[in-house]
Ligand binder design. Structure first.
Ligand SMILES: *Cc1c(COP(=O)(O)O)cnc(C)c1O
Length: 358
């Protein structure tokens, strides 16, 4: 096991300023004092694991990642515990997904223990940055970039892995989100990179997201690329539907949907509550019909950043409807509070999901 060499930031943000920033951090605009980095080369494998001051990189303009987007990332949070301690939520699941993303992008696998240790070490060093206000957390962004300097198209022979940390408040300000149904753009296709967490997927979704904003909506809901009929997910969140018989449904993981850890956790928690959860395709026309007939009572989006956010209105060129009363339904509220209870250390952690750091 590698040990992380530690170099302290000699000019950290002063405590008073940090406390002020933690009051209302926004999302991903304020960063902690340190960064974790590990290098990879074909000759040495993973080496030079470090926690050091957060500072700009210097990279050659011909570095591969700038040209062919060989990049992957993760998103996870460290939570403040009621006794003042800190904990991660299911970091082993992020480590596994990071390895799967690496494989799809022809990048070297970072061993799970090295991934988890890098995040733990960074959070321990920057522990003062974990906010304690309700709905806030320290968001962690592990990522890996191709750093070989060459313009030939091929997998890089060198990589840089990093973790940066940013205190965050709630991702969405309002109570629920309004969705725009993208008819012209796809997020992912069979055989593509939809189930890998890579920056390229987001680059490809931005034009659709811009269209959504232009149409007065906050987020895009993507349909499958072949039939343009089956609901897949939002640009960065999975979706769930709640029916009048108390059952839940979410699209199955068939390769074009990102396997969310929030999604998986909510399926487990819903089953614990005795609810039926189906992982089955759901058509956009059916969604509209069910919302209008009252068979569908609630719908919500979920992810590490968004946690659990109700879907209020859905619009498209051929569609327009409201789900339930457009606000947070009781099943959505219950699932959200059970999940947050575990993450914030306020409810019993029956599945052993919390990784207590200090
Ligand atoms: C990260 C992500 C999600 C949510 O995954 P979580 O592990 O729950 O945070 C959903 N969809 C996409 C496209 C994502 O990138």
């Amino acid at each position: 096991m590698q040990t992380f060499q530690f170099k302290s930031n000699l000019s950290p943000v002063d405590a008073g300023r940090r406390e002020a920033l933690l009051e209302a951090p926004g999302f991903g605009r304020v960063f902690t004092d340190h960064i974790a980095t590990i290098q990879y080369s074909e000759e040495c494998g993973w080496h030079n694991a470090k926690i050091g001051p957060r500072e700009p990189f210097s990279l050659d303009p011909a570095t591969l990642v700038f040209h062919y987007a060989q990049e992957i990332y993760e998103g996870m949070k460290a939570y403040r515990m009621p006794d003042g301690g800190g904990a991660l939520f299911r970091p082993d699941a992020n480590a596994r997904r990071f390895r799967n993303s690496a494989e799809r992008l022809a990048m070297p696998a970072l061993p799970d223990n090295l991934f988890i240790e890098s995040v733990r070490e960074l959070v321990r060093v920057d522990r003062a940055w974990i906010p304690s206000t309700a709905g806030s957390a320290l968001y962690l962004r592990p990522f890996m970039i191709a750093t070989e300097v060459v313009l030939g198209v091929k997998p890089s022979s060198e990589y840089l892995y990093c973790v940066v940390a940013t205190p965050v408040g709630p991702y969405f300000k309002g109570g629920s989100v309004t969705l725009w149904i993208s008819e012209n753009f796809s997020r992912a296709a069979p055989g593509g990179t939809g189930e890998a967490k890579c920056g390229g997927n987001y680059a490809a979704s931005l034009a659709a997201q811009a269209e959504a904003i232009q149409q007065g909506c906050e987020q895009v809901v993507f349909l499958d690329a072949i039939e343009r009929r089956w609901v897949e997910e939002l640009g960065g969140m999975n979706v769930f539907f709640v029916f009048d018989d108390g059952s839940l449904q979410t699209p199955p993981l068939t390769g074009t949907i990102l396997p969310g850890i929030t999604r998986a956790s909510l399926i487990t928690l819903a089953c614990d509550m005795g609810l039926t959860v189906r992982e089955e395709p759901y058509g956009i026309d059916q969604w509209e019909a069910d919302a209008k007939s009252g068979r569908l009572l609630e719908a919500f989006a979920c992810g590490t950043a968004a946690v659990v956010t109700p879907i209020g209105k859905v619009k498209g060129r051929r569609h327009g409807f409201t789900v339930g009363n457009g606000g947070m339904g009781p099943v959505t509220a219950r699932l959200k509070s059970v999940l947050l209870g575990i993450q914030n250390g306020c409810a019993p952690d029956h599945h052993g999901w919390l990784d207590r750091l200090f």
